[in-house]
Design a protein around this ligand. Structure first.
Ligand code: M6R
Length: 610
């Protein structure tokens, strides 16, 4: 959570920092702030509660001198959103200024010691102690050594960018457990929590690893490892474009990303599906092929929407690859005593590749000798780097806080993985070919669903007033019921519950009356008839019903209040289609309720705290 950015070069820093903050804002929007430094004017700090736009309004076009600076957009952990708790934080003498993403766990004990030494604190944050510790060490040693000494005694996680009024031509950055990427421009460097804030300036980046620190001047950047040894790190050339990170005429990133799904799914499978051989070629798993042949069990770890993708993957892998699969919330994984060994593969799914719980789960799995694989969207992210092997989603940057295109690309990767592992085992050529051929058609089928956006918007209008919705699905579409419910909660703040259709009669049905509508995913698949019984039970209680059904199903029209049709496909692929109307429903519901769908309250895109 939180986004940090630093700039040093020849251009005016303030506008570059603000523009970068806007791209990082999905990481948190409780407050924003910046500090710009110059030899002539010293340090100027400006902060504003709320979104980056408030900070921009406060600056009001004023020309701020200084070609170096740091900035932050906050997702509050310690202390309420207010000016005092906003970053950058500073020391008693106002020499050291810094921005921080992460949590300092031993801050209280360190703060008590500093207070005894006479330090005066002005915020409730854990971060402020870092500035005071550097100040304390800086009395006896230089800036860089003071930072090093500070990093040795703080416990927790950090992505840090620090400036010092006494050394205005320098930014020091450091990382432990929170992402930090260094962009290399022409006579300028830009460092940020996320590529999205860098890509406008350069596509040449260095991914800092845990324990690394960099001292950056306009001319040079020196990187040090955890032992304070200067190291040479190669730069990576990214193929993400600025255009991919912008709205391109859509009202919101979420809508743009929903509409991008035909492309993002094509990108996920491009060059990987071999229809004629019923196979999936996965470059990232090539060297692991033999190990994967011997895998006897899979444990999937992930959070939120990525967890729901894992549940769909479980059905696919069990049915077609013949492997036992368990799906765990990453945040619960460490509390389980799950049997892991070299015949177990742990698959971590993460859009951001930085989710702290998921990262902790794969570290735990590695310790226990399991093979770790990643299904990750963000290239070069920590999870992508720390897993033994993996498959990138290639969905491009996802900016809307609610995950949409990353989810369907995760499902597409599970289809590929099912083919890869299934064909290593008992899956026949014919079955492989059928799945591959149908998968290739999915992007076109999604286009057909997207054409119904207006009709879906119209349906939404009738349901905006309800405070509760029940989402139901069975087999492959049970996880989609969970995902539909999560989307509507996140985006429209409507209370929703996702349930397996068959479980409804075991409790939730007690909630149903004329004021509690249900959305049921009922494609013409192997559990269709069973779902129909569920619909009858809902109707008998006077509940309104929206059905997501397969085109051509006339029966369903008579039984439900509204029907949104999806095209016919293989049963295992239906989740790739059925989730799309649910994404649109959540989007339009949020819009009709006048909410900020790209930045729902209390959420952040990348959850880097445990
Ligand atoms: O980046 P990740 O996929 O690891 O993120 C996991 C969840 O935090 C994420 O899916 C979250 O639930 C989204 N807001 C869902 O829309």
């Amino acid at each position: 959570m939180c986004g940090i950015i630093g700039y040093i070069g020849k251009q005016k820093a303030a506008s570059i920092l603000i523009e970068g903050l806007k791209r990082l804002e999905y990481r948190g929007y409780d407050s924003a702030g910046l500090s710009v430094i110059s030899r002539e004017f010293g340090v100027e700090t400006i902060k504003a509660v709320g979104k980056v736009a408030n900070l921009e309004n406060k600056i009001n076009g004023r020309d701020i001198g200084g070609t170096a600076g740091i900035a932050h957009t906050r997702w509050a952990t310690h202390g309420k959103p207010c000016d005092q708790n906003s970053h950058p934080h500073t020391d008693c003498r106002k020499n050291i200024f810094l921005v921080h993403n992460g949590i300092i766990e031993n801050y209280q004990e360190l703060k008590d010691n500093l207070v005894k030494k006479g330090h005066k604190f002005s915020s409730e944050t854990d971060t402020e102690i870092i500035a005071h510790l550097i100040e304390e060490f800086n009395k006896k040693t230089d800036f860089k050594s003071s930072v090093l000494k500070t990093l040795k005694i703080i416990k927790g996680t950090y992505g840090l960018a620090i400036i010092n009024k006494k050394e205005p031509d320098k930014i020091i950055v450091a990382r432990l457990g929170s992402p930090l990427i260094l962009g290399i421009g022409r006579e300028e460097f830009i460092v940020a929590s996320d590529i999205a804030a860098i890509i406008r300036h350069t596509n040449k980046v260095i991914f800092l690893e845990d324990g690394e620190m960099a001292v950056i001047t306009p001319e040079n950047c020196e990187i040090f490892n955890a032992k304070n040894k200067s190291i040479n790190k190669g730069a990576t050339e990214l193929d993400w474009s600025l255009e991919k990170a912008e709205k391109q005429g859509f009202a919101h990133f979420m809508l743009k990303e929903i509409f991008e799904q035909p492309t993002s799914i094509s990108d996920a499978v491009r060059g990987r599906l071999v229809v004629k051989d019923g196979l999936a070629k996965l470059g990232g798993l090539k060297d692991m092929a033999e190990k994967l042949r011997n895998i006897k069990r899979i444990v999937i770890v992930s959070c939120g929407t990525s967890y729901h993708a894992g549940l769909v993957g479980e059905y696919m892998l069990e049915e077609y690859a013949g492997l036992p699969v368990e799906v765990e919330y990453a945040s619960e994984f460490r509390y389980r005593k799950i049997l892991l060994n070299k015949n177990t593969a742990i698959i971590a799914i993460s859009q951001s590749g930085e989710t702290a719980d998921t990262l902790a789960a794969i570290r735990e799995g590695k310790n226990k000798g399991a093979l770790t694989l990643g299904i990750v969207n963000t290239v070069g992210s920590t999870i992508a780097r720390e897993t033994d092997a993996g498959v990138y989603n290639h969905a491009g940057p996802e900016i809307g806080v609610a995950s949409t295109k990353a989810f369907t690309s995760q499902l597409a990767i599970f289809v590929l993985l099912t083919l890869f592992l299934g064909r290593q085992r008992d899956m026949s050529l014919i079955t492989g070919k059928r799945i591959a051929a149908e998968m290739n058609k999915i992007p076109r089928l999604i286009e057909k669903i997207l054409k119904q956006a207006k009709a879906i918007k119209k349906i939404t209008r009738k349901y905006t007033r309800y405070q509760n919705i029940l989402y139901l699905g069975r087999k492959y579409n049970f996880p989609i019921a969970l995902e539909g419910a999560l989307k509507i909660k996140e985006i429209s703040y409507i209370h929703a519950e996702g349930y397996p259709s068959g479980e409804m009669k075991h409790g939730p049905i007690a909630l149903i009356d004329g004021n509690f509508p249900s959305i049921i995913i009922v494609p013409s698949d192997s559990v269709y008839e069973k779902n129909l019984s569920g619909i009858q039970e809902l109707k008998a209680r006077g509940g309104k019903i929206i059905a997501i059904a397969t085109k051509g199903d006339k029966k369903i029209k008579k039984l439900t209040d509204e029907v949104i049709y999806i095209p016919k496909t293989l049963e295992m692929l239906t989740p790739l289609l059925s989730v799309v109307p649910l994404q649109l429903l959540a989007y339009y519901m949020g819009i009709q309720r006048g909410l900020d769908v790209d930045k729902p309250r209390n959420l952040a895109k990348s959850v880097t705290v445990e």
